[in-house]
Design a protein around this ligand. Structure first.
Ligand SMILES: *[C@@H]1O[C@H](CO)[C@@H](O)[C@H](O)[C@H]1NC(C)=O
Ligand SMILES: *[C@@H]1O[C@H](CO)[C@@H](O)[C@H](O)[C@H]1NC(C)=O
Ligand SMILES: *[C@@H]1O[C@H](CO)[C@@H](O)[C@H](O)[C@H]1NC(C)=O
Ligand SMILES: *[C@@H]1O[C@H](CO)[C@@H](O)[C@H](O)[C@H]1NC(C)=O
Ligand SMILES: *[C@@H]1O[C@H](CO)[C@@H](O)[C@H](O)[C@H]1NC(C)=O
Ligand SMILES: *[C@@H]1O[C@H](CO)[C@@H](O)[C@H](O)[C@H]1NC(C)=O
Length: 323
């Protein structure tokens, strides 16, 4: 309810659209060094009591998410995947209840393909207008971020769209719904690049602590087009490494629509393609102090088929990886 009220008031006034999550907050006095960090989703993480720039008060259940794609579809343009590494999907601010919202500040809308196309995902939500400006990857070099651009082109890789479309989507859909990435947190001289680059860098920092490929590999689980795996084994290997079970995501054909699963009631996916790592954060997301949580806080541990050896962790297509 609160969220809808905010979003509707944003829609009602173009001027307010710049206000983000908490209309009325000023760009002054958000010096987080002066306050004790508070754990997101704890009772103390209340925006009426603490500075929402210094404690995550809006989307306190954080997901760091990764993809396993086997091709990009844009190989001819040099858009390739990193060897022996999962790629970044994003950093998501779920509510502590595990529900979520998106596109929280339409003044920071750079997503050319908004999905969903309204703030609520239903026809009565505020429409999210497609971004029609220049590709945001043009903003890196002039801001001294050529190294970040190179890293992102290697590790934050899109499928069937140029990489920047995924970056813009993740930023506009999700970064705008973290209280600590609100523009007011950056002071009166905020520039649109401040939170944009800080968001990308923050997600990368977390991603670098989550080497899914290596964790699976150490447990003998390597991409193969000949051998399939049990989701329980994948889940166990990652729980042992992360300390908590992540959400293991599968797409592809449902198990009971495949020859192997014919007649069974197991309709989980058979192609491993996503990993979501859950946490609460102490202070700002930017501060990298995560309290790791089991994916069960989000409602389920996997979308994969449970049957023995029902899951394929496919090898990348020849020519789809950087050499
Ligand atoms: C910022 O903090 C200073 C020092 O405590 C105080 O005098 C000032 O009123 C505050 N400004 C705002 C806009 O809150
Ligand atoms: C959103 O997408 C749906 C389905 O394609 C379409 O019917 C609807 O008109 C779109 N709404 C907006 C605001 O673009
Ligand atoms: C920063 O913003 C303040 C308030 O708008 C302004 O007075 C000051 O000149 C700005 N400083 C710079 C370096 O732009
Ligand atoms: C697959 O499993 C689901 C859920 O158990 C069931 O509703 C569906 O009928 C099954 N489909 C087939 C083709 O067996
Ligand atoms: C492995 O299988 C996947 C899925 O069918 C396919 O996309 C990929 O190209 C295959 N990789 C190799 C090296 O054959
Ligand atoms: C992919 O490359 C491997 C090793 O070079 C080769 O054995 C395999 O036949 C290739 N697969 C396809 C689908 O081209």
């Amino acid at each position: 309810m609160f969220r809808n009220t905010v979003l509707l008031s944003l829609a009602a006034s173009a001027k307010l659209a710049a206000a983000g999550l908490y209309p009325g907050i000023t760009p002054h006095n958000h010096t987080c060094a002066l306050v004790d960090p508070i754990l997101s989703c704890s009772a103390a993480a209340d925006p009426s009591k603490v500075d929402s720039c210094c404690t995550e008060t809006f989307g306190g259940l954080v997901l760091i998410t990764q993809f396993w794609d086997t091709y990009t579809g844009l190989e001819k343009d040099g858009q390739l995947l990193p060897q022996k590494a999962w790629t970044i999907h994003g950093g998501w601010p779920d509510f502590c209840s595990s529900k979520y919202t998106q596109y929280c500040d339409l003044s920071r809308q750079y997503d050319p393909k908004p999905s969903p196309n309204t703030t609520t995902g239903t026809p009565d939500g505020t429409p999210v207008p497609p971004y029609k400006g220049e590709s945001i990857d043009k903003w890196f070099v002039p801001n001294g971020k050529a190294d970040l651009l190179a890293y992102m082109n290697r590790h934050w890789v899109s499928q069937l769209d140029p990489n920047w479309v995924l970056w813009a989507h993740e930023y506009s859909k999700h970064a705008t719904c973290f209280s600590t990435f609100q523009t007011e947190c950056y002071g009166p001289n905020y520039s649109k690049f401040d939170d944009l680059f800080e968001f990308f860098e923050t997600v990368i920092r977390y991603h670098r602590t989550l080497p899914t490929y290596d964790w699976l590999s150490a447990a003998g689980i390597k991409p193969s087009n000949k051998t399939s795996y049990s989701v329980a084994k994948i889940q166990k290997a990652l729980s042992d490494s992360y300390g908590q079970p992540p959400f293991v995501g599968c797409g592809g054909p449902k198990y009971n629509e495949t020859e192997a699963g014919k007649g069974s009631l197991d309709n989980g996916g058979t192609v491993l393609n996503e990993m979501w790592y859950y946490s609460n954060v102490l202070g700002r997301l930017q501060d990298q102090k995560a309290l790791r949580l089991p994916a069960s806080v989000g409602g389920r541990l996997t979308s994969c088929a449970q049957a023995e050896n029902a899951v394929w962790y496919y090898e990348r297509t020849n020519g789809s990886e950087f050499r």
